[in-house]
Write a protein that binds this ligand. Structure first.
Ligand SMILES: Cc1cc2nc3c(=O)[nH]c(=O)nc-3n(C[C@H](O)[C@H](O)[C@H](O)COP(=O)(O)OP(=O)(O)OC[C@H]3O[C@@H](n4cnc5c(N)ncnc54)[C@H](O)[C@@H]3O)c2cc1C
Length: 467
């Protein structure tokens, strides 16, 4: 049985940053075990059309003091090209064109609601309040003075569109499940929130990978069990190619598994079972599904600087999908989730649409031809004046189907809070450690959140271990 001082489960951003911290301290007595055949985890860049598509993370959020921004800058990986703000084609589902200036004025008002909401949460809610985001919105919405000439159904459709963005940001399909306190305590690094990497996130990940000796990494090895009952810990891995078991003993083990993976597998993964408080924390935290749908055309759609196209679905306008019978969709209204298409800056012939929750799950399982038909019909009906060609291809992420992620990112569900994140992060016997985006209360659900926790855990191990 091979012994290794430190064993890290998972070669996503958190696992890789932990390895790098060990290497910086001159420590090479570690093993990084990855169940899949690639590095990156929820960072996954696909090469496409002489450029790339990000199936997972794509932006660096914040430029001031953000370690991911600093590192990418030092490696000359940032895409420095300025994107001039483009226009958006707004339509109702019957093709009615909505004035861009008007829609954006309402968006601004709704943005103010969000700002007011932050004050409201700050001043009026107790630390352990169970108030949800939807209640918060409704309180403020009542105070929103609307212009009497404006159709309230249109305002509602704009409000709903803005809420959809919030759902994606939090991987939470129902804002009534999102804790208002948790939402408010999410922190941001200052500066530009949407910095891109010129070759995609994979190049940053490759920088980490290049520094880790090949002998320290095992791909296609699933960590099936971590026995933490005594020191050293015993870790059983299954080689995915031949289903053979390999067992390691290790003084320190770091799990970087996603909340989705832990929710589904903690009973089998850990022997003995994790303490009850930790199991409760895993169960209490929210973990949602966000997917991306890429609609590809032969040529760029717009020669002017257009950012994209939005369908503002209104309750008072009926809409039928003619191709639903052909594809046996049984009047499922999943297509209403296809509401916001943005042009990819590096691929102007590709539009991206973010999906969340059960619609994302439904779309993960549709045939590509069906999706092409649905999108084509939507575009013909809603944007008929633009005379768009039929999409050539549709690509999509499938984060629910990814059996080592089982979803997209963590959020603070009502009933959970800081105490659960702290509990999840808490090491057991100073030998079993937990890191990853879910263990970072301030920066949950981000690449920098994962990076920071990986380094922090490695640092603790360096201090504890007698190398
Ligand atoms: C669609 C989407 C868009 C996003 N956009 C952004 C964005 O623009 N900006 C941003 O900052 N963040 C974004 N994020 C979030 C960001 O990608 C994640 O927070 C971050 O990458 C998580 O890293 P991690 O190391 O915590 O986990 P992971 O990346 O999930 O790494 C865990 C690793 O563990 C492996 N693993 C799991 N179980 C086992 C096992 N039993 N044995 C061995 N290996 C195992 C997995 O295969 C995986 O490689 C996005 C995420 C998604 C899904």
């Amino acid at each position: 049985m091979e012994h290794t001082k430190v064993l890290i489960v998972g070669a996503g951003m958190s696992g890789l940053s932990a390895c790098l911290k060990l290497i910086e301290a001159g420590i090479y007595d570690f093993k990084l075990i990855e169940a899949s055949d690639r590095i990156g985890g929820r960072i996954h860049t696909i090469f496409f059309d002489n450029s790339f598509i990000e199936m997972g993370a794509q932006w660096i959020h914040g430029t001031k003091k953000n370690p991911i921004f600093e590192l990418s800058k030092s490696l000359d990986l940032l895409d420095g090209r300025k994107i001039t703000e483009g226009s958006v084609h707004y339509r109702s589902q019957d093709g009615t064109q909505l004035d861009e200036g008007f829609v954006e004025k309402i968006f601004d008002k709704i943005e103010n609601i969000f700002d007011n909401l932050e004050d409201l949460i700050e001043n009026e809610l107790e630390e352990d309040s169970d108030e949800n985001m939807d209640d918060g919105f409704i309180k403020i919405l009542k105070k929103l003075k609307t212009n009497e000439n404006v159709n309230i159904e249109t305002i509602k459709s704009i409000y709903r569109s803005r809420c959809n963005e919030e759902k994606v940001d939090n991987a939470c399909e129902d804002l009534r499940r999102l804790s208002a306190i948790g939402w408010n305590e999410h922190e941001y690094f200052d500066g530009e929130q949407f910095t891109r990497l010129k070759y995609g996130y994979s190049k940053l990940i490759e920088y980490f990978f290049a520094q880790i000796p090949t002998k320290n990494i095992l791909f296609n090895h699933l960590v099936a069990n971590i026995d933490w009952s005594e020191s050293p810990l015993r870790v059983t891995c299954v080689d995915q190619s031949n289903k053979q078991n390999i067992t390691f003993t290790s003084d320190f083990v770091v799990s970087t598994c996603s909340t989705g993976y832990l929710k589904n597998h903690h009973h089998k993964l850990f022997s003995p079972d994790l303490p009850l408080e930790k199991i409760k924390a895993i169960e209490n935290l929210g973990f949602g599904l966000v997917d991306k749908l890429f609609v590809c055309f032969d040529k760029p759609l717009f020669n002017k600087n257009y950012e994209g196209m939005k369908i503002l679905w209104q309750d008072d306008i009926t809409f039928y999908l003619d191709c639903d019978k052909k594809w046996n969709l049984q009047e499922n209204k999943f297509y209403q989730a296809l509401d916001n298409f943005e042009v990819l800056p590096n691929l102007p012939n590709v539009l991206v649409c973010f999906l969340v929750g059960k619609e994302a799950l439904f779309i993960e399982n549709l045939e590509e031809e069906c999706l092409i038909d649905v999108i084509n019909e939507l575009f013909v009906k809603c944007f008929f004046d633009l005379k768009l060609p039929k999409p050539k291809r549709v690509l999509r992420s499938r984060w629910n189907e990814d059996k080592f992620a089982l979803g997209s990112y963590t959020y603070i569900k009502i009933g959970s809070g800081l105490k659960d994140v702290k509990e999840l992060h808490r090491p057991l016997n100073n030998s079993l450690f937990f890191s990853g985006e879910a263990t970072n209360y301030k920066y949950m659900g981000t690449v920098h959140g994962a990076y920071i926790t990986g380094r922090e855990v490695a640092n603790r191990i360096i201090r504890l271990a007698k190398f």
